[in-house]
Ligand binder design. Structure first.
Ligand code: SAM
Length: 302
């Protein structure tokens, strides 16, 4: 039987007024820092990630030690080490030393897409939002190797970055590529792209700004399409396109690659062509090799 160490910290009360969990004797129940309870229990929404390894070694550690001070946004924390203090506001002009269109990639993983895009688009600035420490360190390595000055990384829970950290209406594009699918029904609520996420994206986007999404899970793709369609703030740039036989959803249904096989065509469409600014990441490459179908969506902020 495992025991909670006597030194384990006691959880703070939730900022949304909910009570912190208590043991049977009424004393606050301790949580292990970095554990699921520490990350998930005290937020108003379940988080879309499970904290994986945070330790760095070798070149990743060196990249972090040498460059985090300049490339990683120094965020005041709130209730957890991936949390952003609600009063903190990011100043892009001060950070990049110029005013340029800002692209925000949510869940940037190993930084493949954002560093490639930043290299191709020196006139734009990029913010990579990720919780996974080794991914952030690898992104920093790539930024340094590419010798580019237009990317910053931030280690933070994305809804907080969109909800308070970024000033409203200041972002030209938000990218969410291959978010964790949480495909089991009991885990669906942990998906990042859901109805409550759309107002956060719309808050930061300038009018006409684009929200680009990609996934290799057909049920999540349908959910994303629905989230965009039911938001009053967005238009689907490719509304009605790629319906019927041309729809990736029809293809996924016919092949049964990630769902029950069916010959019912997708009559709605609305799928974007592959965004040519999105390079093939190692993550997407694995999906292709497994015969999975890739879905792209683009919504425009009204
Ligand atoms: C499946 S990976 C995809 C990575 C990358 N976009 C790609 O296409 O290769 C999803 C990433 O989202 C990150 N993530 C999940 N929830 C997040 C959140 N709430 N805030 C920031 N990053 C998150 C995970 O740590 C993970 O690295």
């Amino acid at each position: 039987m495992s025991e909670t160490p006597a030194s384990a910290p006691v959880p703070p009360a939730s900022p949304d007024g909910r009570k912190a969990p208590r043991s049977q004797d009424g004393t606050p129940r301790p949580v292990t820092p970095g554990s699921q309870a520490a990350e998930g229990t005290y937020r108003t929404q379940p988080v879309s990630f499970v904290r994986r390894g945070t330790r760095l070694q070798g070149r990743r550690q060196k990249a972090w030690d040498d460059h985090a001070a300049t490339l990683a946004v120094d965020v005041p924390r709130h209730i957890a080490d991936t949390s952003v203090h609600p009063e903190y506001v990011f100043n892009a002009a001060a950070e990049f030393g110029r005013t340029a269109p800002l692209v925000v990639e949510i869940g940037s993983g190993l930084g493949e897409a954002v560093v490639h895009a930043a290299t191709e688009n020196p006139g734009k600035d990029f913010l990579a939002v990720e919780v996974y420490t080794p991914g952030l360190a690898q992104t920093i390595q790539k930024i340094v190797a590419a010798e580019i000055g237009n990317v910053r990384v931030v280690q933070a829970n994305a809804p907080e970055v969109l909800g308070t950290m970024l000033p409203a209406g200041t972002v030209s594009e938000v990218w969410v590529f291959f978010p964790d699918p949480w495909h089991k029904t009991k885990h669906n609520k942990r998906r990042m792209v859901k109805d409550s996420f759309a107002p956060l994206v719309s808050r930061v986007l300038a009018p006409g700004g684009l929200w680009r999404l990609a996934t290799d899970w057909s049920a999540y793709a349908e959910q994303m399409r629905e989230v965009g369609a039911s938001s009053p703030d967005f238009d689907n740039v490719h509304d009605g396109e790629r319906a019927g036989a041309a729809s990736p959803l029809t293809q996924a249904r016919l092949t049964g690659v990630d769902r029950e096989q069916s010959d019912e065509p997708d009559t709605d469409g609305g799928w974007a062509p592959r965004f040519d600014g999105r390079i093939l990441t190692s993550f997407e490459n694995k999906a292709h090799k497994a015969g999975r179908v890739i879905f792209d969506l683009t919504f425009r902020r009204k």
